[in-house]
Design a protein around this ligand. Structure first.
Ligand code: NAD
Length: 502
């Protein structure tokens, strides 16, 4: 890092703002393992400035006509579509995922922007004429005001886009607190909103750590919190934001199982397990981390997966000859992933493919971890029960469908799962019996499209509000019911202290 490198600052009131807090955190290029820049960590005054900017912008934005708001969201969609490659390269530079995968996450975010362009239909209220003689009742869906969004490092574009296009379209103003590990995408997005004509103050970016998060959780002007991250923090966010009277949706971690029945197409299963286990180096909340093989398929499946792993190319996600998989986010995280493989091995698992100590030529300092395959992982091992969030796929052998299902349902998470089978009856039974929020049937990463909603069960989602889809519009609007009567002299009812009846 050179002394000239600018610290990444905030975006407040339509302009970039250098931090005065004196606190910063390093930002790395994970493929090279070098600090490339630093990011500001907001202090109290900066937190306040971002929230005040959003609060100031709210009344005018709320009252701007639906047609004008819609035009701006459409323009944002067009600009993002045209320039997504630029954004993908920024994501790869700080996160490490390969550029085509970064483009994939942008595409899934774009889907929500596209949904948001149709917002007028989704914030319409209802109208009942003549509920009593001459009396009408109608409901309005109004924006909340200033909304806070706190996002994780693993999807610096897609996860914020699960929320802000809908929040903004519905008439709210936003303070986004991105992950301090890959903070640049949020600033690029803020600039794009400005180009699209969004008024200053409607979309703000506050860089920071726990201090910024706590500032959003406690500030009386912030009406709601949308959080995505690890389970312990999601629980903290849910409890603290609720205690402070805010509406909150908090999505947590995961441990996603793929149940493979003996009649499944094992080539499809092996392709899917490798794609869903090692894509983005396993740093996806919907990654498959456990394959439950209903015997006798485990042996054949392990051979097929091992053959596929041998062909994977690992390297710098920005290189011209794009590899299949990039590095992990940080050195500390790489060591943590390695420690889980140590634990599994000590607990009796067989390490079939070992990614520990993996290096890439010319990138010896990069935070790489090779694809790892574990067999006969004991279900009592922490390597089985906890989220590893790296390229580590565990095989657990079970004798029956029921044994596999019971294992999935006994876990503390309930984000995603998949069943691989050619038996429609078994698949139907699985979708009914499994206690998980998002289910794939011969589909390994069942992230719902934008017009359905995203959210897990159990410790993968605190609260009852999922991300995007109809849930998103419900979350970012508050309903008002109006009972109205326009009097003519003949219909005046006189004094009546009884409870109004129809
Ligand atoms: P994280 O929980 O460490 O951080 C998420 C956000 O919380 C960041 O903005 C961070 O600055 C902030 N934060 C961290 N520690 C905090 C604290 N003590 N107090 C207040 N705020 C704090 O998560 P991460 O490592 O960035 O992301 C990976 C995790 O996110 C994984 O567990 C993954 O499963 C989960 N995730 C879940 C989903 C989902 O949809 N359920 C999607 C993506 C990621």
């Amino acid at each position: 890092m050179t002394s000239q490198t600018l610290t990444i600052g905030h975006w407040i009131d339509g302009a970039s703002v250098a931090s005065q807090s004196g606190r910063t955190a390093p930002v790395y290029d994970p493929a090279r393992g070098v600090e490339t820049t630093r990011v500001a960590l907001a202090d109290h005054a900066e937190i306040d400035a971002a929230i005040v900017s959003a609060a100031k912008a709210f009344p005018d934005w709320r009252d701007l006509s639906i047609a004008r708001r819609q035009m701006i969201v459409f323009r944002f969609r067009e600009l993002l579509y045209e320039r997504k490659k630029e954004l993908a390269e920024i994501v790869t530079g700080e996160h490490g995922k390969v550029v085509s995968d970064a483009l994939g996450e942008i595409q899934r975010g774009l889907e929500v922007v596209e949904l948001a362009t149709g917002f007028p239909h989704l914030i319409k209220g209802g109208y009942s004429e003549n509920v009593s003689t001459g009396v009408d009742v109608y409901s309005l869906k109004q924006p909340l005001g200033v909304v806070g969004i706190i996002s994780p490092f693993n999807f610096p574009v897609m996860v914020p886009m699960w929320f802000f296009p809908i929040a903004i379209a519905a008439g709210n103003t936003v303070v986004l607190k991105p992950s301090e590990k890959d903070p640049s995408a949020a600033i690029w997005i803020a600039q794009l909103w400005k180009e699209a004509g969004l008024p200053d103050g409607v979309f703000n970016v506050l860089q920071g750590d726990k201090e910024a998060v706590d500032g959003l959780l406690k500030h009386p002007e912030v009406q709601s919190i949308s959080f995505v991250g690890s389970t312990p923090i999601a629980q903290y966010i849910y409890e603290t934001a609720s205690k402070n009277g805010k509406r909150v949706q908090a999505l947590g971690g995961a441990k996603n199982h793929m149940l493979v029945l003996p009649d499944a197409d094992l080539d499809l299963v092996a392709d899917s397990a490798v794609n869903a286990g090692f894509g983005a180096a396993g740093e996806r909340c919907m990654a498959i981390s456990v394959v439950l093989a209903v015997e006798p398929v485990a042996g054949e499946l392990i051979e097929k997966i091992t053959n596929r792993i041998a062909k994977l190319r690992i390297g710098n996600g920005s290189s011209e000859n794009e590899p299949d998989m990039g590095p992990l986010i940080s050195e500390a995280h790489r060591d943590r992933v390695a420690s889980y493989v140590d634990i599994a091995e000590a607990d009796g698992a067989r390490v079939v493919v070992d990614g520990r100590g993996y290096t890439v030529d010319g990138h010896e300092e990069g935070f790489f971890f090779g694809p790892t395959l574990l067999d006969v992982v004991p279900t009592t091992s922490r390597a089985y029960t906890e989220e590893i969030f790296g390229p580590v796929l565990s095989i657990v052998r079970v004798k029956t469908y029921e044994e596999g299902l019971a294992l999935i349902n006994s876990g503390e998470f309930g984000n995603g799962t998949a069943i691989f089978t050619n038996d429609g009856g078994a698949a139907r039974r699985f979708q009914n019996e499994v206690q998980v929020g998002m289910i794939g049937i011969n589909v390994p990463i069942p992230v719902p499209v934008a017009y359905h909603s995203f959210g897990g069960w159990k410790k993968s989602l605190f609260g009852d509000a999922k991300a995007y889809g109809v849930h998103g519009f419900d979350f970012f609007t508050r309903e008002k019911a109006v009972t109205s009567r326009w009097l003519d002299p003949a219909s005046h009812g006189g004094i009546n202290l009884g409870f109004p009846q129809n």
